[in-house]
Every structure is written in structure tokens, then in C-alpha cells.
Design a protein around this ligand. Structure first.
Ligand code: NAG
Ligand code: NAG
Length: 111
């Protein structure tokens, strides 16, 4: 039973992927943050992280429109920079590295 389900999911994923551009597939696969980097950033910015969890509870991927960006995004700014830096997506001047994003996260599928 489980195996049949797995095969169905694999088949569905394959046919789904077949209809998508390489750029979209790369975009959805996104940047892989490793757990070590994630844990390091959480512990380095624990206060911000906990404040975010406590004061921005309505934010989730299902309902992004609830995101109170003006209030909530700045809380996580240092944490986000930490995570982006660990993924080599932050320039030394703390701005987002578009070139690295296209190369690393999008795997040059969108250039
Ligand atoms: C996301 O927010 C919506 C609306 O508040 C809620 O119904 C849903 O359960 C939330 N999802 C998660 C994963 O928290
Ligand atoms: C982020 O880090 C800077 C420099 O350490 C600090 O001044 C600022 O308060 C931090 N931001 C937040 C939201 O904690």
C-alpha cells in the first residue's frame, strides 16, 4: 500500500515537473539551507527569533497575505542575514547577492 502510494507520488511529481520550465523547477526547489546553519542562526539571534514567533503568529506560508511585513520583517532581519550569509547569498556589504542567487539557488536555469 505504502509502496503504491510512493509510486503514485513519484509519477505525479514527474509529470508535474515535465510541464514546467527548468527555471520554475529551480525556483521552487529554492535554496537549501543546511540544518547546522539554521541552528547556528537561531541560537545567534534567539531573542529576535523568539520575538518573531511570539508576536507574528498569523504568518505562515498558507496565508502569506496575513504577513504584517512592515512590522514583522524587520524583527527577523539579522536572522535572515545570518541565514543568507550561510548560504553565500549575501554580499560583504549586507546586500542580497543577485548573481549568487541565480547561480546557487536557481542553478543558472533562469539566466
Ligand atoms: C495559517 O494561517 C491560517 C489562517 O490563520 C490557518 O488557518 C492555518 O492553519 C495556518 N497554517 C499553519 C501551518 O499554521
Ligand atoms: C540587528 O543587529 C544590529 C547590530 O548588531 C542591532 O543594532 C539591531 O538592533 C539588530 N536588529 C534587531 C531587530 O534585533
Amino acid at each position: 500500500m505504502t509502496r503504491v502510494l510512493m509510486l503514485l507520488i513519484a509519477a505525479a511529481t514527474a509529470s508535474f515537473a515535465a510541464g514546467q520550465s527548468p527555471c520554475k523547477i529551480a525556483f521552487w526547489a529554492g535554496t537549501q539551507f543546511d540544518m547546522t546553519a539554521l541552528n547556528n542562526c537561531v541560537s545567534q539571534h534567539k531573542t529576535e527569533y523568539e520575538k518573531f514567533i511570539a508576536s507574528c503568529p498569523a504568518i505562515n506560508a498558507t496565508l502569506p497575505t496575513v504577513n504584517d511585513a512592515a512590522r514583522c520583517d524587520p524583527i527577523l532581519s539579522n536572522f535572515s542575514k545570518c541565514l543568507l550569509r550561510s548560504a553565500k547569498l549575501l554580499k560583504p556589504d549586507n546586500t542580497f547577492d543577485d548573481v549568487a542567487f541565480k547561480t546557487i539557488a536557481l542553478k543558472k536555469k533562469c539566466i
